[in-house]
Structure formats: structure tokens, C-alpha cells
Design a binder for this molecule. Structure first.
Ligand SMILES: [Zn+2]
Length: 251
């Protein structure tokens, strides 16, 4: 059965500029952070306050796309957190609640309770356990899949590609006892074959970073937000994103 987003897309009801989706990873101490994937709780709070002052509100990607399908949601910004770090529950979720924001958390069901072993440099950061993911879902956070184990899908063989897309979805659906509609490409790397695998696995949407010609509901562009993104830089990223990206087909 097609998702509501796909149905709306086919019905031609999605129009307008490309949605703005912010990409976060870890929220905590960023003193040792060679990949620049960490923001401090203080910085995240300032960024959420910045959104509020501009009349914008952070929501999950599912909520953002559903609003766009209704012809609404121009003041909504997607907030995504990749990898499913354990610090999400302690540091991000309380701030999202305080500022009335939703978010999407992209997790790795093949690394429950593990760590970011795919990053050769930098500190090991613990990932959420199954129970932690359920607690995030119970807190109103949309849970999406980031594959099984954080593999570059553009370099995966057919069996791995199938497992990282379809198996991660079924494992997560069993884990949270709820449909999983969103996928996020590890490293943001994406090609046509990966997009087709994600669509065939039943996902209604997928997040990339800079998908180029693959731009679409299964390869949504996102903007990296880091510790150095104070108000002026956030404003520039927000404006430049809208100017530089051509509209997503049908979105
Ligand atoms: Zn990742």
C-alpha cells in the first residue's frame, strides 16, 4: 500500500519550495569532535529559540511532509538526529519538549546499545538500546531507519543493500510496534540503486544530504547544523537553502 505521502505526491497535491530539513547527530560535550557531529545542549537550545523567534517550528520529517501534502507547513522545519546516540534522551528530548518541537531520530537496529564504531577517529559514543528507542518513540519522536549497521549503500552488494533497507525497517517496526516510514542514507551517500532499494522496502521518504539530480521524496536534501551555527549563520543557511535548491519534484 502506498504511503500517504506517495499518494499525495501522485495526486499532485505537493507543491512549493523545497522543505528545510536540519541535520543533527549527537548532543553533548563537543570538546573532542573531529567529525563535527556534536552540538552542546546550550547551542541546541539557542537554535530552537532562534526558530521560535522567526516564527518557525521544528517537527519530524513525517509531520513536515504530511503538512506539505495538505498545502500547509510553510513555517515548519524538519529536525533530524542521525545515528541514534544515547545522549538524545538526556540532552535533546528535554529541549525539544521545552520548545514545543518534534523530531525524527534515525537509528541503527543492527547496533542496539553499541557505539559509533564506523568512525575511525574520535570518541566512542554510545548508541541507544532497544528500550531507549522505545522511550524516544513514547516521547513523541518519529523513529526512522539509518540502515542496519551504518554502511555506505552505494558500495553495498545486493544482499547487503536488501538487508540494510528492508530488514532494518521490519526490525524497527517490531521494536516500536508501529509503522516506520522514514529512511536516512548513512554518510548521506546515495545513488539511483539505493533510492530504488529504499522505495522497494516500503519507505515513504528518505533523507540524504546533497542528493543532486536524485533530489526527491526518497532523497531529500538536508542542511548540516553544528556547534558554530549561531543566529547569523543559521539565517544564512536557511535563506541560501531556499535560493540554491531547485524545488523537489512534486514537493
Ligand atoms: Zn550516520
Amino acid at each position: 500500500m502506498p504511503s500517504s505521502i506517495e499518494s499525495a505526491e501522485k495526486a499532485g497535491r505537493l507543491t512549493g519550495p523545497v522543505p528545510w530539513v536540519a541535520m543533527y547527530h549527537s548532543v553533548g560535550d563537543c570538546s573532542d569532535d573531529p567529525y563535527r557531529v556534536t552540538v552542546t545542549p546550550g547551542r541546541l537550545e539557542k537554535q530552537l529559540r532562534w526558530l521560535r523567534r522567526r516564527g518557525l517550528r521544528g517537527v519530524s520529517v513525517a509531520e513536515l511532509l504530511a503538512a506539505r501534502a495538505r498545502g500547509e507547513g510553510r513555517r515548519l522545519v524538519g529536525l533530524t538526529f542521525d545515528d541514534g546516540y544515547a545522549d538524545f534522551l538526556d540532552h535533546a528530548l528535554p529541549l525539544l519538549d521545552r520548545w514545543g518541537c518534534g523530531a525524527t531520530l534515525f537509528v541503527l537496529p543492527g547496533r542496539l546499545g553499541g557505539d559509533n564504531a564506523w568512525d575511525p577517529l574520535g570518541p566512542r559514543k554510545p548508541l541507544l538500546t532497544a528500550d531507549g528507542i522505545r522511550r524516544a518513540a513514547a516521547g513523541g519522536v518519529e523513529i526512522g531507519a539509518h540502515g542496519l549497521t551504518h554502511v555506505d549503500l552505494t558500495k553495498a552488494d545486493a544482499d547487503t543493500l536488501g538487508a540494510e533497507t528492508a530488514e532494518s525497517r521490519s526490525l524497527l517496526q517490531d521494536l516500536i510496534q508501529s509503522p516506520v516510514d522514514g529512511f536516512c542514507y548513512p554518510y548521506g551517500t546515495v545513488d539511483r540503486r539505493a533510492v530504488d532499494a529504499v522505495r522497494d522496502a516500503g519507505y515513504g521518504y528518505a533523507c540524504a544530504i546533497d542528493p543532486g539530480d536524485l533530489n526527491g521524496v526518497h532523497a531529500l536534501p538536508r542542511v548540516h547544523i553544528g556547534e558554530n551555527d549561531h543566529a547569523v549563520r543559521l539565517f544564512l543557511k536557511y535563506r541560501l537553502h531556499r535560493l540554491r535548491r531547485r524545488p523537489v519534484e512534486g514537493l
